[in-house]
Design a protein around this ligand. Structure first.
Ligand code: PLP
Length: 451
């Protein structure tokens, strides 16, 4: 029998996260205070984040210890298997070897609990009683609900309205873990009310939901905010994925030629890819591909500059690829990839030539998702299907070129709550949307003017 899964023992779970910052040629630009536009001080950010996470955000240590209570919880589903996609290889008739890290096995169904548990832990240690957050696809909201429940913290989730309509069962799941969930924009915050005054039918966006969650946290002494992506500490917590994958590939004495992940804010991509970026920066020949939707083409059409992380301009400004903080993407079915910006560290990695961005249209990703589900058995989340679509393209290219490449990708989540999206696909209702260049230019004209 062919060996399909490469597994690790629980005692082989990595004990440290890998910080990419010391390996970058240029350190990331500082965050700016949204009022003064001067570099943000740790005190500016301490209103919404506990100190331990802020230290990680700024750290230049290459390795950061994972606390035991976090490891203990991670062992519910970690180490995740590295799986050889024999079925997909056969379906594509490719000489490429395809491997994926199955992050859909966490209780919430995606990679998101890898950071949610660390964030809940550091907040608990800091004496915080309640956390707020936003969610797009619902995966992050579920992850934080799960992990707040573990550490006995209250959890309040602002869920992008269009996603809450597409995926009502995600809402219920968050409630099972004890969270309270509000569709966003809502009338519970000033940020939400001002959006509703302009557009009562606003579908919402991650940028708006972040504004609501940040405002809520900033107003209460017992509350802090947790972000599911973008920030350095979130990407750091996800590196456990790539570190495990490296151990697994070592076991079978294989090195990847191509590493692929989808990008919303960049956390699952960074989680798998950053350890390989470090090898690439030391001279290894690896192609590392970051995939996004053509409907929200942050890395491929956006501009690398300072912008706010949210619509109401409450978060610090970050230097990142952006489509403009007031960008409201079309209601495509990959809710987790509808974000106007991207993690500043992803932008650095693109700038340094370590990572190659690419965009794919919605119908291609669903074609790829169906091929994957029929050949490998697992139904992918629309977000994960962006990575699958790029894998399919690379595997076909390998066939055409007659090359035996090894492709590694992050299977970042299952799509069990995405049946509305799959129904639209079968009903022929999915439209491909190419975000127009003029719209990008218009939005960029509204970016903050820095001296
Ligand atoms: C399954 C899944 N994949 C990917 C993403 C995108 O986030 P990130 O780029 O941080 O991995 C999300 C976000 O909600 C998600 O739910």
């Amino acid at each position: 029998m062919q060996q399909r899964k490469i597994t690790l023992d629980e005692n082989q779970i990595p004990r440290q996260w890998l910080n990419i910052i010391p390996y970058l040629k240029n350190p990331p630009a500082p965050y700016l205070n949204p009022q003064t536009l001067e570099p943000a001080s740790p005190e500016d950010m301490a209103v919404i984040f506990p100190e331990a996470l802020l230290q990680q955000e700024m750290s230049t240590d290459p390795w950061i210890d994972i606390p035991d209570p976090v490891l203990d919880f991670l062992s519910i589903w970690r180490p995740t298997p590295l799986v050889r996609a024999y079925g997909l290889e056969k379906a594509l008739n490719t000489p490429a070897k395809i491997y994926y890290k199955n992050e859909s096995l966490s209780p919430a169904g995606s990679h998101k609990p890898n950071t949610a548990i660390a964030q809940a832990y550091y907040n608990k240690m800091a004496g915080v009683k309640r956390m707020t957050t936003e969610t797009g696809a619902g995966q992050w909201g579920c992850a934080l609900s799960l992990c707040c429940n573990h550490f006995d913290l209250e959890c309040k989730v602002y869920m992008v309205k269009v996603s809450s309509q597409q995926k009502p069962h995600r809402l219920t799941m968050m409630r099972i873990w004890g969270a309270s969930v509000t569709p966003s924009p809502s009338d519970e915050t000033e940020a939400g009310r001002s959006i509703l005054a302009q557009d009562p039918d606003s579908p919402g966006s991650l940028g708006i939901a972040i504004s609501e969650a940040v405002e809520d946290a900033a107003k209460r002494d017992d509350t802090k905010y947790g972000l599911g992506s973008v920030l350095n500490h979130v990407l750091l917590h996800q590196t456990i994925i790539g570190l495990e994958a490296m151990k697994q590939l070592e076991q079978i004495e294989i090195e990847p030629d191509v590493v692929i992940g989808c990008v919303g804010g960049g956390s699952n991509f960074a989680g798998l890819a950053f350890p390989f970026c470090v090898e690439k920066s030391a001279g290894k020949d690896i192609q590392i591909i970051a995939v996004e939707p053509t409907a929200c083409p942050t890395m491929t059409k956006g501009v690398l500059t300072y912008d706010f992380g949210d619509t109401a301009k409450m978060t610090p400004l970050m230097r990142m690829h952006t489509l403009g903080h007031d960008f409201i993407p079309p209601g495509i079915h990959a809710g987790g990839l509808r974000y106007h910006g991207v993690g500043p560290l992803i932008s650095c990695a693109i700038e340094e030539g370590l990572v190659e961005p690419r965009s794919v249209p919605q119908t291609s990703i669903f074609n790829a998702a169906i091929t994957f589900a029929r050949s490998e058995g697992i139904v992918p989340a629309p977000e994960a299907s962006h990575a699958v679509a790029a894998v399919v393209d690379e595997a076909i290219k390998a066939r055409e070129e007659g090359k035996e490449k090894t492709i590694l990708f992050n299977f970042c989540g299952h799509g069990h709550f995405d049946m509305t999206a799959y129904e639209s696909y079968f009903g022929g209702k999915l439209i491909d949307y190419e975000y127009p260049e003029e719209k990008v230019k218009e939005a960029l004209a509204r970016l903050p003017k820095l001296a």
